[in-house]
Design a protein around this ligand. Structure first.
Ligand code: V47
Length: 377
């Protein structure tokens, strides 16, 4: 250990001495040891934001150094017509003024018009009552025939649950079929909050927590990696947040199939939870930091900037986040409808790199599997 590192450690210990209830937990984190759910909760409730930031940053540096990843990606939301009616959703036809659905032709046209530097296509949306797995499998095949090199990250576990059951397949059969059509990975949507009582209240119609986890486990075993999300800042408690992280950590111990965890801040415009006040930036940063500290087996923590705004995403790079998602494009509506600052979420590569560099991180362009790319920005 050099003098700088030793000083850094002493400053830490000094800070922790004034915080005796969490000191032992902080020392565990600094040593890279796993913390328990009770310890996670205690840290969450008692540690000040600055300390959490330091611990999260220490953990982040251990895993990812000073790198901050981004990808050139594009989002397509095929429809807003949904069999579910979740209280927090501003996107589905239940809340939007219009029902809309893209045809396969419309989607292919978007793919054809897409810049050919785009590496990843993210497809997710509502759960359309009439579309089965073969419809979505054909869509993957047709996209792949236009752009064989494109990585397709598609269909949340909630969409998969519906389309696979509608087609009378098992999860293993359904995911195997989609893989054969070109599915590359699964996005983290639909996790919301795993606590069953609360899940029943905010989105009781859709896939249960155990189904969500089973689908991701099945995908991992089939060689399909995925992400995980958590919708926070609505009516959940800190204990329910930690419970959510704990269930993800347990699954990751079994499969190592998750790439990234993405905390999704609840936005309150135009939905049935609009009276719920949005949480503060302090709470956002605590959430990122706790996620980084607690999910010791997740390689990456992502800030999805269209949901929280680019400034807040930039600050999160000092609270455990190492992944800024990507350049996106203006077709994503889930957050603009829910009141996010960016009504046209699109970022150029140079904006992304400037934003990361200003936070004293090193911008690293990646592919969907987090392999660094040596491309001239
Ligand atoms: O599951 C919906 C959330 C998710 C609201 O895997 C809301 O890389 C906040 O999962 N306020 C879908 N959140 C988006 C998603 C995602 C996004 C970016 C990257 C990845 C990835 C996945 O959006 C839903 C739900 O949790 N959501 N409405 C709202 N009002």
């Amino acid at each position: 250990m050099n003098v700088m590192q030793e000083n850094y450690r002493l400053v830490f210990i000094d800070r922790m001495n004034s915080l005796s209830p969490v000191k032992a937990i902080c020392l565990k984190v600094l040593k890279g040891e796993r913390i328990s759910p009770e310890e996670g909760l205690s840290l969450y409730e008692h540690a000040e934001l600055g300390l959490l930031g330091l611990l999260a940053d220490e953990t982040r540096v251990r895993k990812n150094g000073r790198a901050a990843y981004y990808i050139r990606n594009y989002h397509i939301e095929p429809t807003n017509i949904c069999v579910n009616n979740c209280l927090f959703c501003s996107f589905s036809h239940h809340f939007s003024p219009a029902r809309w659905e893209l045809t396969i032709g419309d989607i292919l046209q978007k793919v054809e018009e897409m810049d050919d530097t785009i590496m990843e296509l993210h497809i997710t949306g509502a759960v359309h009552p009439e579309r089965d797995i073969y419809y979505y499998g054909e869509l993957l095949k047709k996209i792949k025939s236009l752009r064989p090199d494109l990585h397709i990250k598609a269909y949340s576990a909630v969409e998969l649950d519906y389309m696979i059951k509608k087609s009378n397949l098992t999860f293993t059969e359904g995911i195997g079929y989609l893989k054969s059509c070109g599915l590359g990975s699964i996005p983290g949507g639909g996790a919301e909050i795993f606590d069953e009582g609360l899940r029943n209240i905010i989105c009781g119609m859709k896939a249960t927590s155990s189904t969500w986890l089973e689908i991701h486990e099945t995908a991992h075993r089939a060689g399909i990696p995925s992400n995980a999300t958590m919708l926070y800042g609505h009516i959940e408690t800190p204990r329910q947040r930690i419970d959510h992280l704990e269930r993800l950590r347990q699954l990751q111990d079994r499969t190592s199939g998750f790439n990234a965890f993405i905390p999704l801040k609840f936005r309150n415009s135009n939905n049935k939870l609009s009276e719920v006040k949005e949480v503060s930036v302090i709470d956002d940063m605590k959430m990122y930091a706790i996620a980084r500290i607690y999910l010791d087996n997740f390689p990456h923590i992502k800030a999805y900037w269209p949901a929280v705004g680019r400034k807040l995403a930039q600050v999160s790079l000092s609270f455990g986040v190492d992944d800024m998602d990507g350049t996106i494009n203006d077709s994503t509506r889930i957050y603009s409808l829910a009141g996010a600052e960016d009504q046209n979420p699109v970022m150029t590569v140079s904006e992304m790199r400037e934003l990361i560099t200003a936070a004293k991180r090193i911008p690293v362009e990646r592919d969907s599997l987090y392999r660094p790319l040596n491309i001239d920005p």
